[in-house]
Design a protein around this ligand. Structure first.
Ligand SMILES: Cc1cc2nc3c(=O)[nH]c(=O)nc-3n(C[C@H](O)[C@H](O)[C@H](O)COP(=O)(O)O)c2cc1C
Length: 325
C-alpha cells in the first residue's frame, strides 16, 4: 500500500480524522534549525517520535505549507526541545508564523543549526539522515548526536488542549489544563527585601511559584513544591492571597520563612519596594498584591486577599483569637 492509498480519504471524514488523532496523547516539542542565511526557524510539533535505539534515531513530521518548511527540509542539523509543563506559552508562540520566535528566549546551539531552548525538560541535537515525503508532510529522520534530560513535569497535548503531565505524581498523573490548576507562591524576605524570581522563558519577574507537587498530605505537597522551586525548605507562616493567574490557574500565595540560605544566581533577586522591577512582572495582577505586601509589611499588619466573588481583603489580627498551648 502506498502513502497515497492511505490518505485518499475514502470513508474518512477530515473532521473525524482530526478528532481521532486528537485521542492520541502526546508530549510537545519545539523543533528548530537555521537556514543557509543563518535565520532561526522553529515550530511547535507533537509528531515527534522515537524510531531506533541503535543507531539512535528520532523522527518529526513537517507540514509542507508551513513557512518554515524549506528551512527544515534543507536542514543538515536540527534541535528538538521537549517542553516542560511551564512552557505552554512557548508552545503557543512557536505554533504561529512569527519573524523571530526565539527573540528573548534563552537557548543554546550545541551544533550549528540545532537551537534548543534552555528551560526544556529534555533536548536532542540531531543530524538529518532521511527525508521522506508522506502526503502533505515530510518526515525528517534525525540521528541523535547529543541529548539531555531533566527531572521536570512535562507539557502534554490531546484533543486540542495542553496538559500538565507529572510522571512523579502517584495515583492519577494527568491534570488537564482545562481544569483549574493549583500553584503555590512564596513571599519570602531577607533583610526586609523580597525574594523574586526571573522566569527563564519570558525573562519576566514573579514571586517564586511552583506547581502543586505530589504528596500524601497538603503540607507535604507544599514543602515539596517549595523545595522544587527554591531548592530549600520553607516554613509557611500564613496564607496571604489567592490569586487567579489565568482562567485555568490559581496560585495560593503564602508568606514564609526559610532557615537555609536563599537561592542566588542570575534568575534570583532580593528587592525592596523601590527597586522592584514593577514594569517587568510576568503576571499583571501580581503587582497589586506585592505592593500591598510592602505596605502591610511596613505597618506589620497583614490581610488576606480572597478572590471569591468580587474579592476582598480579610484583616488578620495581631493577637491570636484564643490561647494555643
Ligand atoms: C500542539 C501542536 C503540535 C503541532 N505539531 C505539528 C507538527 O508535528 N508538524 C507540523 O508541521 N506542525 C505542527 N503544528 C503546527 C505548527 O506549529 C504551526 O503551523 C507553526 O506555525 C509552524 O511554524 P511556521 O509558521 O514558522 O512555519 C503543531 C501545533 C501545535 C499547537
Amino acid at each position: 500500500m502506498t502513502a497515497t492509498d492511505v490518505t485518499n480519504g475514502l470513508g474518512t471524514d477530515p473532521m473525524v480524522f482530526r478528532r481521532t488523532l486528537g485521542k492520541f496523547l502526546t508530549g510537545v516539542t519545539i523543533v528548530a534549525t537555521r537556514d543557509s542565511a543563518g535565520k532561526r526557524w522553529g515550530m511547535t510539533a507533537n509528531s515527534f517520535s522515537s524510531v531506533s535505539l541503535a543507531p539512535p534515531l528520532i523522527s518529526i513530521c513537517i507540514a509542507d505549507r508551513s513557512p518554515s518548511f524549506p528551512a527544515f527540509v534543507d536542514a543538515q542539523n536540527f534541535g528538538v526541545s521537549i517542553l516542560s509543563s511551564d512552557q505552554q506559552d512557548v508552545a503557543m508562540r512557536f505554533a504561529k508564523p512569527f519573524e523571530d520566535k526565539f527573540d528573548g528566549l534563552p537557548f543554546v546551539e550545541p551544533r550549528a543549526g540545532s537551537p534548543v531552548l534552555d528551560s526544556s525538560a529534555a533536548t536532542l541535537v540531531c543530524r538529518t539522515v532521511q527525508r521522506i515525503v508522506a502526503g502533505d508532510h515530510v518526515i525528517l529522520v534525525g540521528e541523535v548526536l547529543e541529548c539531555t534530560a531533566h527531572d521536570e513535569p512535562l507539557l502534554g497535548y490531546s484533543e486540542g488542549r495542553f496538559f500538565r503531565m507529572d510522571p512523579h505524581v502517584q495515583h492519577g498523573t494527568l491534570v488537564p489544563r482545562s481544569g483549574r490548576e493549583v500553584d503555590f507562591g512564596w513571599l519570602i524576605e531577607q533583610d526586609k527585601q523580597l525574594l523574586l524570581f526571573r522566569d527563564r522563558a519570558t525573562q519576566r519577574w514573579t514571586i517564586p511559584m511552583g506547581a502543586l507537587a505530589a504528596g500524601v498530605t497538603m503540607s507535604e505537597s507544599m514543602s515539596r513544591s517549595a523545595r522544587n522551586v527554591l531548592g530549600v525548605d520553607v516554613e509557611p507562616q500564613f496564607l496571604y492571597s489567592t490569586l487567579d493567574l489565568s482562567d485555568e490557574r490559581t496560585c495560593y500565595v503564602y508568606r514564609a520563612t526559610s532557615t537555609s540560605d536563599l537561592p542566588s544566581g542570575a534568575e534570583w533577586g532580593l528587592f525592596d519596594e523601590q527597586s522592584v522591577p514593577w514594569d517587568e512582572f510576568k503576571h499583571d495582577n501580581m503587582i497589586p498584591m506585592v505592593r500591598r505586601y510592602f505596605m502591610e509589611r511596613e505597618r506589620d499588619k497583614f490581610g488576606i486577599f480572597l478572590n471569591l466573588g468580587s474579592g476582598r481583603i480579610a484583616q488578620l489580627s495581631d493577637e491570636a483569637p484564643w490561647p494555643i498551648d
